[in-house]
Each structure stands twice: as structure tokens, then as C-alpha cells.
Design a protein around this ligand. Structure first.
Ligand SMILES: Nc1ncnc2c1ncn2[C@@H]1O[C@H](COP(=O)(O)OP(=O)(O)O)[C@@H](O)[C@H]1O
Ligand SMILES: [Mg+2]
Length: 159
């Protein structure tokens, strides 16, 4: 599914629509160059999911944990930008968390640690069009993400 965003606010809003649909267990990979809008989109997803704390650019921290005011689910905001070596990601023990039913994971720079990613996931590519416009390409990787993508499309475009 392709979405053309014309502002950071619009990227946040589309993220919030996706965040509202997350039930737990989802892994969402956000791939794109520096400044493409991965964190802006993650912030929207976190808002829609209901995070009690706003998502920030994790840059120096590989993983940040967020919760909702009520409930046991956690949202992990992962950023592999500072990862020196893909093997470092394995040392974090993330494999046990990614895909767990009470965990939602948003992963920036996922391509830097392919080995820790579950094979089923939502993959989002963010591309520059110009200063204010971004192309967002959402792909379901694995059967369980097809339903999520369909629901997301309906919520976004009404079809
Ligand atoms: N349509 C848009 N969607 C998202 N961000 C945008 C858009 N237009 C401009 N921007 C700007 O681009 C930057 C994206 O930053 P950020 O989300 O931190 O990027 P990344 O996490 O991909 O490195 C922000 O400064 C934001 O204001
Ligand atoms: Mg970022």
C-alpha cells in the first residue's frame, strides 16, 4: 500500500491509524534514509497505540520501552542506527521479544540487524519526494500481516 504524505503531521496521522489497529505481537520495520520520517511515523504509531509517553528519537539508545496507562502490553521502539555490528543486535536478546503477543515493536534501521527480525513483519519504506513530501510504502510480509494491511488500507482510504 502506497501513501504520499505532504507533511510531518500527515505522516503522524497515518501512523496513528496504523497504531490503533495493533493488537499485540506486531513487528513493524521502518526503513529509509536519515530524515526520511521513520521517527515521525513511529511517533504517530505510538500515539495511535495509546502510549502513555511520547516516542522520541532513540539515536543513542538502541531500545526504548513504552506502556499504556492501563494494560500489560509494551511497545518497543528500536533504533539500530548506532549498531556497530549486526552481531551486537543478537546480544540484546531481542528475539524473545519480537513477535511476542504482548509486545508491539517498531524498528528503525531494521536492515542493519536482519538476523534478529522475525520472518513475518510489516515492512515500511519511506522515501523522500521533496522537503515536505514523503512516499510511504507498506508491505505485509507473512500471511498474518495481510489482514492488518487490509484493515489499515480501509482505515486510511476507506476501501
Ligand atoms: N511528510 C513528512 N513526513 C515526515 N517527516 C517530514 C515530512 N516532511 C518533512 N519532514 C521532516 O523530516 C524529518 C524526519 O525526521 P525523522 O522522523 O527523525 O527521520 P528519521 O527517523 O527517518 O531519520 C523531520 O524533521 C520532519 O519534520
Ligand atoms: Mg529516527
Amino acid at each position: 500500500m502506497e501513501f504520499i504524505s505532504r507533511s510531518p503531521e500527515q505522516t503522524q496521522r497515518v501512523g496513528a491509524r496504523l497504531g490503533q489497529l495493533l493488537r499485540g505481537g506486531e513487528v513493524i520495520c521502518l526503513q529509509g534514509a536519515l530524515g526520511a520520517g521513520k521517527t515521525v511515523l513511529a511517533q504517530g504509531i505510538g500515539r495511535g497505540w495509546g502510549s502513555a509517553t511520547p516516542l522520541v528519537s532513540p539515536s543513542f539508545v538502541l531500545v526504548r520501552e513504552h506502556r499504556r496507562p492501563t494494560g500489560d502490553q509494551i511497545l518497543l521502539h528500536v533504533d539500530f542506527y548506532r549498531l556497530e555490528d549486526p552481531r551486537e543486535a543478537l546480544g540484546l536478546g531481542l528475539e524473545d521479544w519480537l513477535g511476542a503477543p504482548d509486545v508491539v515493536a517498531l524498528i528503525e534501521w531494521p536492515e542493519r540487524a536482519m538476523d534478529v527480525l522475525p520472518s513475518e513483519r510489516m515492512w515500511v519504506r519511506l522515501e523522500f519526494i521533496d522537503t515536505e513530501q514523503r512516499r510511504l510504502l507498506f508491505t505485509a510480509e507473512g500471511p498474518s500481516y495481510q489482514d492488518l494491511l487490509r484493515a489499515f488500507r480501509r482505515a486510511t482510504f476507506g476501501v
